[in-house]
Design a protein around this ligand. Structure first.
Ligand code: NDP
Length: 489
């Protein structure tokens, strides 16, 4: 056996005794000069960083994205430049509401965050396993999240708060219906789809813009737990997603997703009957069919979960030439708030951590700050401001995004005909077979336990507007009389 390495302090000095503190005598007291003891305790005290306010519990892995179809007429993004091209990436999946110690198999929306290390910088896609979201305006986001988290007095989750908010926010019905359907409780990350949810944009070499939505379709098939199955699973293990994702990849069985994009020419956004930038809406496939783009495969576990998954920092502000934002109000807010959350959680230089660092050279003029451990970006140390005549890095206008034409008043899109909150949940409800509908009703009824009657009745009105059978099914599952909807609405 080769000689074992000598243990050291963080300053690299050999440690002579790691079993006994330096002591004045066999019964103590201890000596102030035992800096190795202090170092050990001080490090332990600092092992935790703030967990994410949302999406705290997560599971992830490294992987590869491969282009299988040429979409370069829509985007100049190098990641899509040729069929067969491969780009390294990392994925982190998560539940929204649970804290870091929460059980994996809980009914909740799943985060589906991806970072692609492209040759023109990192492109992040911070999606969910649902194509829509609960609210369309970021002013409502912190309130919504408060209803998912703990009550300030009881420190317990509150079904009353959730249904109070949802019943007062009809735009949430689409996402609530997905959450309470079979797909609201996947068996593990590889058995669910991912969606950009937001509308983003592509722009090509000719300066033409397209509105786009990404879809990541599981190649493992959809698998879900019923509430009853999940209850049993959680009783046996709270870590089923980590076990399954880590174990599968460790065995060399690599989960895959087909990557697709829906594409809308820029001008068409003025004419769709629904607001194409409303995060509570999908684009029907009949109008905008899925166009194949490539395949995503997860094929390498992290060696250090904390360094590579907990510290992985995804943000929609990470865009590359050819991929950009859209007027989607929720996306506009996330472009700010995600990077802001990482600066708070990980520090100013979070992008320089190995898992977040791009695989291409970085040339900014940012300076100093806590934990600035990397070299000057410019080869010439005199070029530490900009503009300069010291041969420092300069802007390149060939990367400028085409200008966005804005029209209409500020609320323009929200007033268009057909922009109702019931048509798309209805289309989804109509996709469900009788078994799926029965499980939807009982999942809603389970989630409404303990909620005051007036809130339940307000929510039943929304179900009724979606489809009378939806309200009747839920009322029956709750064991209550169906209210007089003619009066209520
Ligand atoms: P389509 O019939 O063309 O597409 C249905 C979509 O719904 C597919 O993406 C399918 O995903 C997904 N789906 C199928 N069964 C379920 C289910 N039980 N729970 C959740 N999703 C399911 O219809 P439209 O495009 O016209 O959309 C109809 C409704 O389908 C929408 O209102 C929306 O609620 C839902 N939907 C639509 C999506 C879209 O981007 N258009 C995406 C996802 C859902 P898969 O192919 O993986 O089975």
């Amino acid at each position: 056996m080769s000689k074992r390495k000598t243990m050291t302090t963080t300053a690299g000095a050999p440690v002579s005794d790691n079993q006994n503190s330096l002591s004045a005598g066999p019964r103590g007291p201890l000596l102030m000069q035992d800096y190795q003891l202090f170092e050990k305790l001080a490090h332990q005290n600092r092992e935790r960083i703030p967990e994410r306010v949302v999406h705290a519990k997560g599971w992830g892995a490294h992987g590869t994205f491969t282009v299988t179809n040429d979409i370069s007429q829509y985007t100049r993004a190098k990641i899509f430049s040729e069929v067969g091209k491969q780009t390294p990436m990392i994925a982190r999946f998560s539940t929204v509401a649970g804290e870091q110690g929460a059980a994996d198999a809980e009914r909740d929306v799943r985060g589906f965050a991806l970072k692609f290390y492209t040759e023109e910088g990192n492109w992040d896609m911070v999606g969910n396993n649902t194509p829509v979201f609960f609210v369309r305006d970021p002013r409502k986001f912190p309130d919504f999240i408060h209803t998912q988290k703990r009550h300030p007095r009881t420190n317990l989750r509150s079904a009353t708060a959730m249904w109070d908010f949802w019943s007062l926010s009809p735009e949430s019905l689409h996402q609530v219906t997905i959450l309470m359907s079979d797909r609201g409780l996947p068996v593990a990350p590889m058995y669910m789809n991912g969606y950009s949810s937001h509308t983003y944009s592509f722009w090509n070499e000719d300066g033409e813009r397209y509105w786009i939505k990404f879809h990541f379709k599981t190649k493992q098939g959809h698998k879900h737990y019923t509430n009853k199955e999940a209850k049993k699973i959680v009783g046996e293990s709270r870590e089923t997603y980590q076990e399954e994702l880590f174990g599968t990849i460790d065995r060399g069985e690599f989960p895959k997703w087909g990557v697709y994009v829906q594409i809308m020419p820029e001008a068409e956004a003025e004419n769709t009957p629904y607001n194409p930038f409303d995060l509570t809406k999908v684009w029907p496939h009949g109008d905008y069919p899925l166009i194949e783009v490539g395949e995503m495969e997860l094929n390498r576990n992290a060696d250090n979960y904390f360094a590579e998954i907990e510290q992985a920092a995804f943000s929609p502000s990470n865009m590359v030439p050819g991929i950009s934002v859209s007027p989607d109000k929720m996306l506009q807010a996330r472009v700010f708030s995600y990077a802001d959350a990482h600066r708070h959680r990980l520090g100013t230089h979070y992008e320089a951590l190995p898992v977040n660092a791009p695989k291409v050279p970085v040339h900014t003029y940012h300076k100093d700050g806590q934990m600035r451990f990397f070299d000057n970006f410019a080869e010439n140390p005199d070029a530490y401001y900009e503009p300069n005549s010291m041969n420092g890095p300069v802007e390149d206008e060939s990367y400028r995004e085409p200008p966005l034409k804005i029209s209409g008043d500020a609320d323009h899109y929200d007033h268009r005909e057909g922009n109702d909150d019931y048509a798309q949940p209805r289309a989804l409800f109509n996709l469900f077979d009788e078994g799926e509908k029965a499980r939807l009703f009982s999942n809603v009824a389970d989630a409404m336990q303990g909620v005051p009657e007036h809130i339940i009745e307000r929510q039943l009105v929304h179900f009724h507007k979606c489809d009378p059978a939806y309200a009747e099914g839920v009322a029956k599952a709750l064991g209550i009389k169906v209210p007089d909807f003619a009066q209520a609405s």
